[in-house]
Design a protein around this ligand. Structure first.
Ligand code: F0G
Length: 364
């Protein structure tokens, strides 16, 4: 007889998704209907170029969240948020998004048989992300405003109607996302010394911190990393200590002026002995290209913010000669936003369909 208990491992030997993998550390029971696309178990990729080229004694790893089912870390939070909503019999989910949350909400809601409504800032989300919301059948609405405007409307609607808010204000999103910290510890065999993340709405850095704290509490690690957050210079409210009314950056995923998890993220960074800082769009694009061209890892611009931040810290003498393990989370896949790559690089040459033309072009 097949075992139908929801918390039993799935019928094949594959990775079962983050809820089943970490069920003992998550608020689920065997009554929870698990809505999963087998998210998580993402690679921790050792740096071959960037780490060794930095001053100091840095062992650098990239936690590549771009290989999650919808191409970003949001899948970890969404499997929890949608599963718990389904458990309570909710039929509709809703979120504001700079693109990745809407992609994940749309996909997991589709899988759960729920309706999904997403609000996005008009003309300011990457094309791949828009295609995901649409193809997964979410009711997609563009707002003539920024992410902060979208989130305000979503909060008002979900306060008044029986619709589940699935932004990171939803505590279940945080529960799911903290599993990335568990995985990093499991993969390294210990916690990193420093963990660097891009910060937008400030949920993810908070979730990682809570994950590390919980892992220490249950005795699976015995120390905690410093949490370091980087924002884009044009959208850096945490650095300035006040909301930014007109946030602007090429890294549209983190084009946010008034983060919902502001206080939690600041506590994570301060309590851990870390810091918050910012990098310019030029520094972001430089790191974005370096990651792809020298490490073979194509992450979206917002993701490269963590690496741009590491480069800035290293250039400013943050690291001494003591050996340190540093993890940079690469939050989303580069294919989400092909326009940024194509627009910043030289267009491919065009030749007639003759071999000699190629020989001539390449100077062989
Ligand atoms: N990186 C990427 C690729 C993101 O999509 C986001 C957030 C972040 C970093 C920042 O994470 O908000 O938890 O501080 N994207 C949200 C969205 C806002 O709507 O997709 P955060």
């Amino acid at each position: 007889m097949p075992d139908t208990s929801a918390l039993q491992s799935a019928s094949c030997e594959d990775w079962p998704g983050i809820i089943r993998a970490y069920a003992d550390l998550l608020p689920v029971t065997d009554q929870t209907p698990i809505v999963t696309l087998r998210e998580g178990d993402t690679p921790l990729i050792g740096s071959e170029h960037i780490g060794p080229s930095l001053p100091g004694n840095i062992r650098l790893f990239f936690k590549f969240e771009g290989v999650n089912p919808t191409g970003s870390f949001k899948d970890r939070g969404m499997t929890m948020a949608v599963s718990k909503a389904k458990e309570r019999g909710v039929g509709i989910t809703m979120c504001a998004s700079t693109g990745n949350t809407s992609a994940a909400a749309a996909a997991y809601s589709a899988r759960a048989g729920m309706e999904c409504i997403v609000l996005i800032p008009q003309g300011k989300i990457a094309f791949g992300k828009l295609s995901q919301a649409l193809i997964h059948g979410a009711r997609t609405v563009q707002v003539d405003g920024n992410f902060d405007d979208c989130l305000r409307i979503v909060r008002e609607i979900t306060d008044s109607y029986p619709i589940e808010l699935v932004n990171s204000l939803n505590p279940m999103r945080m529960e799911g996302q903290k599993t990335a910290a568990f995985e990093v510890c499991d993969q390294l065999g210990h916690p990193p010394d420093i963990h660097i993340l891009p910060v937008g709405n400030a949920g993810n850095i908070t979730a990682y911190w809570w994950g590390y704290l919980q892992y220490r509490e249950v005795g699976r690690i015995d120390r905690l990393p410093k949490m370091i957050g980087f924002q884009a210079a044009g959208a850096a409210p945490l650095v300035h200590g006040e909301p930014v009314r007109q946030p602007e950056t090429i890294a549209t995923a983190i084009r946010i002026g008034d983060p919902a998890r502001w206080d939690d993220a600041m506590s994570a960074m301060t309590d851990s002995g870390g810091l918050v800082d910012m990098v310019t769009d030029e520094q972001i694009l430089e790191a974005y290209q370096l990651l792809a061209a020298r490490e073979g890892v194509f992450a979206e611009p917002a993701s490269a913010t963590s690496v741009a931040g590491l480069l800035k810290l290293a250039a400013n003498g943050y690291f001494d000669d003591r050996p340190v393990t540093v993890v940079c989370t690469l939050t989303g896949h580069g294919l989400k936003d092909p326009d940024t790559a194509v627009n910043m690089l030289q267009k491919p040459d065009i030749i007639p369909a003759r071999t000699e033309a190629l020989v001539e072009l390449l100077g062989l």
